[in-house]
Design a protein around this ligand. Structure first.
Ligand code: NAD
Length: 323
């Protein structure tokens, strides 16, 4: 395998003042990328601000001979997103990679969330991904090349307790990826990363609830088998692959957990087809629910049109003469 390098490339990583984002920046810089290290600093809810976090990562990269600049804007506003990408253009003239990684959490049991807990988390994860990716995407379209990595979470696609706001926000990355991937010109790829690692600052705020003891014990029992693989460098390897020209696939989702790398996909069961113009009764539908649920045969549609193809196939099997 040829060495994967980022020479003459510019990468922007949001929320990179520590944890995973810092690991991504260091690996990208070690492989030759000029890096914009963005972090608002401050609390893990994304409030307040401190330049220290981003500055420390930039200093470390420069001391190792790499190229980096810091940026302290919030991802959560349109102006912030524009400023983050402008920092890359002002310093280095292009944007080849954007890793939308900034994150916050406000953990509660579902019945106890306030509107503010919901807004604060959606603002950083959903709007943040949108506001940073959009100006980067415009630049990538102009260049004819770009790699977008949206950092999602198992808390959304598979679910974890006390994180309804965060899980919902992180699952929005999937929709964003699917749509961008279908609009993007050749040369611009977008994929989702589902990381798991120790060392991040995300842990909620004082006053946040913790998962119950049974859940924590079940998680601890599992994770002791793969603790070695929880170093952020394991996630950085996949982030850098997805950020590189070696990755020419788009609209894919990859999980990294304890040294295990997997692709995640959304499947559609073969299901049950009701022919004719009369809708089924609820009882008729209920009588077919096992067939609808049956996971033995499924497809992985890559677009809304491909889901339509599955209905076309079912219709043609039932009434093959329909024009
Ligand atoms: N660590 C894990 O196991 C794990 C698991 C699943 C998903 N994730 C996701 O990976 C990403 C990185 O997580 P981490 O564990 O390194 O946590 P982290 O807290 O160390 O990193 C998140 C960073 O985002 C920054 N940030 C928050 N709001 C911001 C804003 N508005 N603008 C700019 N920066 C902002 C924070 O200051 C922080 O440094 C997050 O999106 C997180 O949701 C992490």
């Amino acid at each position: 395998m040829d060495e994967i390098d980022f020479r003459n490339q510019v990468a922007v990583v949001t929320g990179a003042g520590g944890g995973l984002g810092a690991a991504f920046c260091k690996e990208l810089a070690r492989r030759g990328a000029a890096v914009v290290v963005n972090d608002l600093g401050g609390s893990t809810t994304g409030e307040g601000g401190s330049a220290d976090y981003a500055d420390r990562v930039v200093d470390e990269i420069r001391r190792s001979g790499g190229t980096a600049v810091a940026n302290y804007d919030t991802v959560a506003t349109e102006a912030g997103g524009e400023a983050i990408i402008r920092a890359a253009l002002d310093a280095f003239g292009r944007v080849d990679v954007v890793i939308s990684n900034a994150g916050n959490q406000r953990n509660r049991r579902f019945g106890e969330f306030t509107a503010d807990d919901i807004d604060a988390v959606l603002a950083v994860h959903v709007k943040g991904a949108f506001f940073v990716t959009q100006p980067a995407y415009r630049q990538m379209v102009k260049q004819g090349y770009g790699r977008i990595v949206l950092v999602s979470s198992q808390s959304g696609i598979f679910g974890n307790p006390i994180r309804a706001n965060y899980g919902a926000a992180k699952t929005a990355m999937i929709g964003l990826m699917n749509v961008i991937a279908q609009e993007a010109p050749p040369g611009v790829a977008v994929n989702c990363l589902f990381p798991n690692a120790r060392g991040g600052r995300l842990g909620g705020e004082p006053g946040d609830v913790r998962p119950d003891a049974d859940f924590l014990a079940a998680a601890a029992e599992r994770s002791r088998h793969y603790l070695d693989g929880m170093d952020p460098s394991f996630v950085a390897a996949m982030a850098c692959y997805l950020a590189s020209g070696a990755c020419d696939s788009s609209q894919n989702m990859y999980s990294v957990l304890g040294g295990k790398y997997s692709r995640i996909f959304v499947g559609l069961t073969e299901g049950w087809f009701k022919p004719g113009a009369a809708a089924p009764s609820v009882e008729e539908l209920a009588a077919h629910i096992a067939e609808i649920d049956d996971q033995a045969r499924y497809v992985v549609p890559r677009s809304g049109l491909e889901e339509m193809d599955t209905a076309v196939a079912a219709a043609l099997r039932t009434a093959p003469t329909r024009p």
